[in-house]
Design a protein around this ligand. Structure first.
Ligand code: IPE
Ligand code: IPE
Ligand code: MG
Length: 227
């Protein structure tokens, strides 16, 4: 999910953008509960893109603060609910405290398997692909070429299947450098609902839309019926 629209949600209420992010965090908490309830096994949330550093410094530092607060307050609760937490992206740019909280959270929840929750932070789809290729090259010096199967374990989410459903809130119909490789055959769903308003009913609408889709993966409808 691309959780977009926090700023506009706040603006409509004459609140500062950070108030939208705080409300957005409440939505994350709620949507995780809803996913647990619906039996969804993998949830991947875009929290901060490689390009979001371009925002005003004050907004960036408030987002980092929110991230720290979220980890401090939620990991125990997530652990009790069987959530396995992963945070993916170029974490080297985060400060030591945040990196440590991420490490602890991942370590503590690593054996859980009810819901695998991935937070993409300082993540970019292009970064992911290049990082994977470069890591593979380091492990395979002098190799003539790389193929899809070689790359898969080097990408950021090797533990997760490719997403069935992509959801973007906030009305924009673009990928904004989210999971470029992994979204190759995902079903796309866009809604005008702003992220702080995205609730259980909204998620159910997205899932209902997904259920009506026919995923052909290049085949014909007739072939799918034969299988
Ligand atoms: C998404 O909401 C949250 C992050 C990118 C961190 P925005 O802050 O992009 O909200 P809009 O798009 O300005 O409304
Ligand atoms: C995408 O939202 C990134 C996240 C939700 C974290 P943006 O608001 O940054 O995307 P653009 O700039 O509108 O494409
Ligand atoms: Mg936005």
């Amino acid at each position: 999910m691309i959780m977009d629209g926090n700023g506009r949600w706040a603006k409509k209420r004459f609140l500062p953008r950070v108030a939208g992010h705080a409300q957005g965090f409440e939505r994350v908490r709620n949507i995780v509960e809803v996913c647990l309830d619906r039996g969804i096994e993998y949830l991947t949330l875009f929290a901060f893109s490689s390009e979001n550093w371009r925002r005003p410094q004050d907004e960036v530092s408030r987002l980092m603060g929110l991230f720290v607060m979220a980890l401090e307050s939620q990991v125990t609760h997530m652990h009790r609910n069987g959530v396995c937490l992963h945070v993916v992206g170029d974490l080297s740019r985060f400060d030591a405290r945040l990196r440590e909280l991420i490490r602890e959270g991942e370590e503590r929840t690593r054996d859980n398997n009810r819901l695998t929750l991935t937070i993409c932070a300082n993540y970019g789809g292009r970064w992911d692909v290049l990082n994977a290729v470069n890591s593979w090259l380091r492990d395979n010096p002098g190799a003539p070429a790389i193929n899809e199967e070689d790359l898969a374990p080097y990408l950021s989410l090797p533990y997760a299947p490719e997403p069935d459903l992509f959801i973007r809130t906030g009305g924009e119909q673009r990928i904004s450098n989210f999971l470029l490789w992994q979204l190759a055959y995902s079903e796309l769903y866009f809604t005008d609902t702003l992220w702080p308003d995205f609730d259980a009913a909204q998620l159910d609408l997205a899932i209902a839309s997904y259920r009506k889709r026919e995923r052909r993966f290049g085949r014909t409808s007739e072939q799918l019926l034969e299988r």
